[in-house]
Each structure stands twice: as structure tokens, then as C-alpha cells.
Design a protein around this ligand. Sequence first.
Ligand SMILES: [Zn+2]
Length: 61
Amino acid sequence: MQKPKWVCCPICANKTRIRIREDTVLKCFPLYCPKCKQETLVHIQVNIPDQDVPPDRIEDT
Ligand SMILES: [Zn+2]
């Protein structure tokens, strides 16, 4: 059984309230950080065992 992991904010590395599974793929997901109080577009693809997942930040162009 797959265990959900917490996604960390790419800006402050705080844990967000978003959890993902190992087979979750997020693309252009507006990740809300309760510490920064803002949304950041991220994409996440998980293959990392037993640790919090730092998402890649998608810069606005
Ligand atoms: Zn943050």
C-alpha cells in the first residue's frame, strides 16, 4: 500500500497541507503555502522513498 507524503513549499520549505502518493503526478498545480500565504505553481513527480517531497517551482514567464 502506498503511503502519502507531505509536499513542501518550494519557497520556505514549510510543509503544506497537500499530500501526494508515490504515483501522484501534479502538473502546473497551484500549491498553497500556509506560511507564505501564497500560491506557487509547481509540478511534482514522485519517486522518492520516505521523505518529504520538494516540488519544482514553475517560474512565471
Ligand atoms: Zn512557503
